[in-house]
Design a binder for this molecule. Sequence first.
Ligand code: RP5
Length: 163
Amino acid sequence: MAENETLVGIIMGSQSDWGTMKEAAKILDELGISNEAKIISAHRTPQRLHDYVDAADAKGMKIIIAGAGAAAHLAGVTAALTTLPVLGVPMESPALKGMDSLLSTVQMPGGIPVATLAIGKAGAKNAGLFATAIIALSDKDVSERLIAWRKKQAAAIPLDPVD
Ligand code: RP5
């Protein structure tokens, strides 16, 4: 792998999605996985999406995490343009609390897969962890870091509830 290679691309439909999508970036940073975040909309900036996916394929990116809300077609259109794994994060949209985002992200036609995570911040965090798990399949150091992260998470959870 080249020194400055970006393994995970995080794309989102709007600046308004960043408060959620930064959870993916945070976990990837914590686990030492190179990543970048860009605002790219399937509807408002379609050419930017095409250009980004073409460049991602060409420069050796491994995974794209796509977060969008409402008529959330970003992950699906991204998946249509590449065979890289695409992880979809539905935003918790104000109008329908993310059900619109969830259904429009998850319900892909057979032949073009998107792995859809939970609505909102939990989904973004888990997308970062899922991307790490994919990379860990072929990188022992990453695998060890992920195992250590899980152990630390478990150790931080108290056994006894407090009032
Ligand atoms: C989607 O529309 C974006 O992903 C965002 O979640 C939603 C609203 O966008 P803004 O109107 O806040 O820019 O495309």
